[in-house]
Ligand binder design. Structure first.
Ligand code: F0G
Length: 339
């Protein structure tokens, strides 16, 4: 399967001769979720964005942002990140032969994401501060230095990410509602752009973690906190656009607690066979807690990142292993209990 610039070139700002930096991202699985559907009384589908090359939806935006950076002659890329943008930027920079620097909140990004950014050779700065401060710093730095800023304030990021909406419409025709986690608010903005360009208008339901819910509270959160580290953001860059998307589509923004997020996280893994990271489960937590939007029969939940990104949270939430001697009968007893 081709990468997304190739697949959707006529709807993207890239000409036939332009350089393309791709890892064959996009074209991710759209999987029915019958157990979830039964619980909420609607047809529910999961858009598995963890199946992208670096394990998150960021690759959709990054193929476009890094391709544009190469076209513009940039030698380096930079971003602030809660982890996934860092992993994706590092991979696409490596692919393009650019240097990459990523600024992450110290101690607050999941292990898998850190391993990825380091393995791809990016300079990883652990900021003694949060994501919002990191974004402020890289925005200023990108003004002083010749470096491409690849956060979702970069319009190419949204161009790439809007293609997920195209894929959903391609497979399902119409849908009634989209449930999606909201952090820096780029992705919900991108989906709405994608749907709008195709003349579709599903209700956009954004979900934030209760400890990091500026859009719900209507004011920036100075010290955001949540187990869903990917969306631990207190002052989203795409605030106005995200609110407009939800208003114009007759959707809504709502909060889900860490407990509700973790319930949905375990439910998806144990009942639907789909392992996503905690932030991603916010979309499903929102659907479970707040119910299907009125009249919505066909709903898509976006699962933004792979569960393996955050093995620590998984091990804390899952059952424990069963230690056993290397003996057939002992194994049998361990599995089937005492005879
Ligand atoms: N889900 C995951 C797994 C994410 O990594 C992010 C954002 C979101 C949802 C929210 O998307 O910011 O467009 O509203 N992660 C960014 C990062 C902030 O740095 O990796 P958004």
């Amino acid at each position: 399967m081709a990468g997304l610039i190739e697949r959707w070139r006529d709807r993207l700002p890239f000409g036939p001769g332009d350089p393309v930096v791709s890892l064959e991202e996009g074209s991710t699985p759209l999987v029915p979720a019958p157990t979830l559907g039964e619980r909420v009384g609607a047809e529910v589908w999961l858009k598995i964005e963890g199946a992208n090359p670096t394990g998150s939806f960021k690759d959709r935006g990054m193929t476009c942002a890094v391709s544009a950076a190469v076209r513009e002659g940039a030698g380096a890329v930079i971003c602030a990140s809660t982890g996934n943008t860092a992993a994706s930027a590092a991979a696409y920079a490596a692919r393009a032969g650019l240097t990459g620097a990523v600024i992450v909140p110290e101690g607050k990004i999941a292990t898998g994401k850190l391993a990825q950014a380091l393995m791809h050779g990016a300079t990883v700065i652990a900021l003694r501060g949060n994501f919002d401060q990191a974004l402020q710093i890289v925005r200023e730095l990108a003004e002083r230095r010749p470096v491409a800023l690849v956060n979702s304030v970069n319009p190419y990021r949204l161009e790439g990410q809007k293609t997920a909406a195209f894929e959903i419409l391609d497979e399902l025709g119409e849908i009634d509602a989209l449930c999606i986690p909201v952090g820096n608010a780029g992705n919900i903005t991108a989906y709405w752009k994608g749907f709008s360009e195709m003349g579709a208008a599903p209700r956009m339901h954004g979900f934030q973690a209760a400890g990091a819910a500026p859009l719900v509270e209507g004011a920036p959160v100075e010290h955001p906190e949540t187990v869903a580290s990917a969306i631990r953001i207190g002052n989203p860059a795409r605030w106005e656009e995200a609110m407009a998307a939800m208003r114009d589509s007759r959707g809504a923004v709502a909060a889900v607690t860490d407990e509700q997020i973790l319930d949905a996280y375990r439910f998806l893994a144990s009942r639907e066979g789909v392992f996503c990271e905690p932030a991603s489960a916010a979309s499903v937590a929102g659907l479970l807690v707040h119910g299907a939007p009125e009249g919505a029969q066909r709903i898509v939940c976006v699962l933004t990142g792979h569960g393996l990104k955050d093995p620590q949270t998984a091990l804390e939430q899952a059952g424990s292993v069963v230690p056993c001697d290397a003996d057939g009968e002992a194994v049998e007893r361990a599995i089937y209990g005492e005879a």
